[in-house]
Design a binder for this molecule. Sequence first.
Ligand code: 5GP
Ligand code: ZN
Length: 115
Amino acid sequence: MDDCIFCKLVAGEVPATVIYEDDDVIAFDDVNPQTPVHTLIIPKEHYHSLSDDVPPEILGKLFSKVPTVAKLKGVEESGYRIISNKGTDGRQTVFHLHIHILGGTTMPIGMGPAD
Ligand code: 5GP
Ligand code: ZN
């Protein structure tokens, strides 16, 4: 996708702090971290969200590498939260499937609606 920032990042056209990479996925620190650890993991192939007929093998590769990335970021033991925002109500802003890995602090108890 020509105008997708994460595709550009995969292509090396946008700089990133890469934490983990293999043939299928790449993980990099969020440019605007919301918690001390805020890393994104994405498939290298472009899918706009979980609703984009993502092949189960890709989803398996994406989710199965979350603990690997958490370990590399030092939060595997302390714990973390993963989030994947979808669409308007989910407040998705980058339309290339990604999972947020948030940690390094205790996350809030609630996950309810915005005020
Ligand atoms: P969303 O709101 O779509 O779930 O999350 C998109 C995330 O991507 C945001 O947390 C935002 O800070 C991050 N982001 C947007 N552009 C870039 C970029 O160019 N590099 C990095 N590392 N993160 C980005
Ligand atoms: Zn993309």
